[in-house]
Design a binder for this molecule. Sequence first.
Ligand code: WT7
Length: 648
Amino acid sequence: MSHTSSIPASAYHKHPLLMSAERLQVMRDYARQDPEAFWLEQAQRIHWHRKPTKAFRGSFDGDVSIKWYEDGLLNASVCCIDRHLTARGDQVALISHREGRENAEKLTYCMLHERVCRLANALTDLGVEKGQRVAICLPMISESVVAMLACARVGAIHVVLFGGFSAEGIADRLHDSGAVLVITASEAKRGSKSVPFKQTMDEALLKAGKDSTVHSVLVVRTSEAAVPMLPGRDYDFHDFVDSFEPDFIPVVMPAEAPLFMLYTSGSPGKPKAVVHTTGGYMAWAAYTMGMVYTQHPGDVLWCTADVAWITGHTSVVYGPLANGGTTMISDSLPNAPHPGRWLDLVDEYKVTMLFTSPTAVRAMMADGDEVAAAHSLESLRLLGVAGEPISSDVWLWYHDTIGRKRCPVADTWWQTETAGIVLGPVPGAQALKPGSASTPLPGLELVIADQKGQIQQNMAEGSLCIARSWPGQARTIWRDHDRFCKTYFSMVPGFYFTGDGARRDEDGYYWITGRMDDVINVAGHRLGTAEVEDALATDHRLVESAAVGVPHPVKGQALVVFVISRKDAVTQLTEAGIKTLVSDTLGRYATPEDVYIVPDLPRTRSGKIVRRLLRKIASGEVDNFGDLSTLTDQDIVRTICNFVQDKK
Ligand code: WT7
């Protein structure tokens, strides 16, 4: 709520390296007056083989074309590694903590260089060429960071796939991306459970069958357990890679060459891969992370996101390393083997900046204040969250109990498509409002449009759009530029439409109100309700289904599905069977929280399912449904309510 009082920037100890309010204002003015010069200056944060002389060229109209730093040449792995070797070759670049192992692995910039080069040589030996796609499906281990940077070094486009995807989900993405090589692990530990990465990958490759473009699979053995290997296709990662030379001349790429693509959910159904290019993305990663998560000597940044999400790309790998920082990863769970596990790690590794999801903060809050009180947490100087809305009470708990009122909390709003922070406070330079993602970083112009697409001035609420391009903007959807134009540029012509609703308050601070399309956000994971319905439609015992998101105390939103069963089905649909169908098709992360098998769904006269009502019913409401007169059958609302109440 905007009436929660704001906390002035002066409330925090002012580190000499933090930006001042005056300096921030100078940047904002400069970016507004001369965007071309401003963005060329920001590009100096990274290393170029040939410096660009142009910033943005392109347009949001018609066939949307976006190009940044067009005549620049660079290699992303050089920005992240080589350029730091002289000044800080022996500084730790990556801390990789593995649950159940005594000491975390600490890789200096020199060591990271060696590993990335060996893998780059191995990839080249296996025939990987620039522009080809390499799929990476790994747990949070150092090899995942090394793999991304090695792809960048040879000019291959990496496609990181989430370990929680099903075999079918992986097969679809391997097919769509045309990946030639896969880097995976034998298994991963999630608390006491084992996640069978290699087995799932084998199933995915089997599904792809003869159509598969994958010729080689590198397997990181993460445990002693035996793992079936297919001779001629599968290689033990370390046996194979470690014998290659620790030096590799980076392949110099044009700024607009794709660096990676990343799948994300949206409307309609099918997940799509957004494409990010090298120069703009790298400059943007360095700029956005540098503005919010300034790297001071000795800083350790722990962003708890999985590398398979955009946060993992920008805030775990490219941003912190481009800025010469120390980044940390861990495969641990927040509350296993005991509550407060992540806080143990903050103390143990002297984490100075903790960046996590509101879901994780709510989980820590549920563990109780005593858990936080039992930790020192004195190394922390900055806290961050992103990925979903955070309410002001959870924000304040994070600030007071984890940050001990000493650390600013940066709530940053961004997306896979924006690749970096768009809305977020510059710590130390501006006031914070609990629950607000603050203001746009300098150089970004955000606007709010009403239902007719009219741009609103001053205090307003509506669809959140971005008026001008930024260097890290997604360039296209892989092999579907038409969908790219339609999804993001047709809602409000001439503007990038984010898919989110937002309110701008009297101080110009933004308050995200949530998605305006059929995307829901479960524990920070973006999920298209149409994807879930498509998965369910494969079971012919089912007439129709509707998936909705409902508020959840920890996950933010939870997935609830309503299904209508065929009366003449030979075997009965079961709730458990429906859950399994969704998790087998999409992945475990998409397993519905609740399933209701109902006789029918509320519909308008034109046959459209009224999801607004289903959301209310699934959230436990029993009345206040508003005007039901447009429904074909008003009694069905009561019937479904009874189903839901009976189960609760
Ligand atoms: C969607 C993008 C932060 C990048 C990782 C997620 C929601 C993101 C916030 C925030 C409220 C947020 C939006 C957005 N979202 N950050 N600070 N407050 N909502 O990237 O998976 O592409 O999801 O996450 O709805 O559109 P993503």
